[in-house]
Design a protein around this ligand. Structure first.
Ligand SMILES: Cc1cc2nc3c(=O)[nH]c(=O)nc-3n(C[C@H](O)[C@H](O)[C@H](O)COP(=O)(O)OP(=O)(O)OC[C@H]3O[C@@H](n4cnc5c(N)ncnc54)[C@H](O)[C@@H]3O)c2cc1C
Length: 382
């Protein structure tokens, strides 16, 4: 069966898709059950992805990066996620919400200092916005910073943070004064290890096991003046800009899970055909094709330099739902075998269930979408 394609990838991007598919099939897919069971990414996977330049995707060439279009970036994440969502999400977070914001907003010295190590995968990037009392409501964060004679000092805690246990580089958001709400927030670059910065605990999760998720403490972390990314008070702008682009990446990861679940479903229906299973397969195909069209469309708009906030939200919303729905149909068709330990159908369903939460929940995507529809002129709403 042909891959449902909405718009053609160029030859260079198709070559990149084939290259990463070969790598994912050889290196990642055979380890997917082990990654899920042990809740750990094998070091050889990270090493080879780094050697092959995947930690450098989209970063400027002058800092060791490998510039690619958003469509290519999306195709890479989809292919990796179809093999193991945990691997793809680790890469998506590293690039979309840590390395790329530094490339976009860093000073020349910050780019020189951090991007080459991030591009080589020597440092893994993390993004720390969520706090115990501030997730969707980003302007309520309580982590504090003070200005000092020689830089800044950070105090506070963050929760559900991906990638941070690897102690690479964490983009941390804190406020100078919670009363100033969104205007008080600034973004800081905290390398690991730094005195006062610690990982308090690592969470066990239902899905995306292997992608580490931790609670962090910043207890008087001292940073030099160039620990600040962007200007003071601009932090939420940095965060929301990163998350908007990041949503295309997370949607691509969800698309990879949707595709893997579709492929499992197709194989199961081929083995044991029945009318109701064919109908489930047909519905799954329609969901996969819709998700793909939306993810590709959002990536194309970003590549064309057009506004893409609404498209990124719809793509994440629909691709997350498609992953859950197709994975759930896979478990229905597999029957009891689908929920046995180590069964791919069960793993895909558990992985799919996490996508509606990360980088803005589905309800928050609906709020963004609703606002964008009401603010837009009628000619741009349908
Ligand atoms: C696996 C995983 C990895 C993560 N990685 C990171 C990371 O790397 N960095 C980071 O900063 N965060 C990360 N997060 C946190 C994630 O971004 C937050 O969990 C998410 O933004 C929701 O915030 P919250 O947990 O505080 O829930 P809340 O904001 O309290 O939301 C709880 C529920 O209420 C709904 N809700 C909230 N407000 C509204 C509203 N106004 N209207 C309608 N419904 C609403 C939400 O949709 C959700 O269903 C991760 C989370 C997970 C599960």
């Amino acid at each position: 069966m042909g891959r449902p394609v909405s718009g053609a990838l160029g030859p260079a991007a198709e070559a990149e898709r084939s290259r990463v598919r070969e790598l994912a099939t050889r290196l990642v897919r055979p380890r997917a059950t082990e990654i899920d069971r042990d809740d750990r990414l094998p070091p050889e996977v990270i090493r080879e992805l780094a050697e092959e330049g995947y930690f450098a995707l989209g970063l400027p060439a002058e800092f060791g990066g490998k510039p690619v279009s958003t469509r290519t970036f999306s195709a890479v994440l989809e292919e990796l996620s179809a093999a193991s969502a945990a691997v793809a999400v680790t890469l998506a977070v590293h690039l979309s919400v840590c390395a790329l914001p530094i490339a976009d907003r860093g000073t020349p010295a910050q780019r020189e200092r951090w991007l080459p190590a991030l591009a080589r995968g020597e440092r893994i990037g993390a993004f720390a916005l969520t706090e115990p009392g501030a997730g969707s409501d980003t302007a309520s964060l309580r982590s504090r910073y003070e200005r000092t004679a020689d830089g800044y000092v950070l105090h506070g805690s963050k929760t559900f943070i991906s990638n941070a246990a690897s102690a690479g580089l964490v983009l941390v958001f804190a406020t100078r004064d919670p009363a100033r709400k969104s205007k008080g927030v600034s973004a800081f670059l905290v390398p690991g290890p730094t005195p006062g910065f610690s990982v308090v605990r690592r969470f066990e999760k239902l899905g995306l096991r292997g992608s580490e998720t931790t609670e962090l403490l910043f207890d008087g972390v001292r940073l030099p003046p160039d620990g600040l990314l962007g200007s003071e008070g601009e932090g939420l702008h940095v965060a929301l800009g990163a998350l908007t682009g990041g949503r295309i990446g997370i949607a691509s990861c969800a698309l990879g899970v949707a595709r893997a679940a579709f492929e499992e479903l197709l194989a199961a229906v081929r083995r044991d055909d029945a009318d109701w299973k064919r109908a489930a397969l047909a519905r799954a195909y329609a969901e996969l094709a819709s998700a793909r069209a939306l993810v590709d469309g959002a990536a194309d708009r970003k590549d064309a330099g057009l506004p893409f906030e609404r498209e990124a939200s719809v793509a994440k919303l629909v691709a997350s739902r498609a992953a859950m729905s197709i994975a759930s149909a896979g478990v229905d068709v597999a029957g009891p075998a689908g929920v046995r330990g180590g069964a791919p159908a069960g793993r895909l369903l558990r992985d799919a269930r996490v996508f509606p939460i990360v980088e803005g929940t589905s309800e928050i995507q609906e709020l963004i979408l609703g606002r964008s529809l009401l603010d837009a002129p009628p000619s741009q709403t349908a």
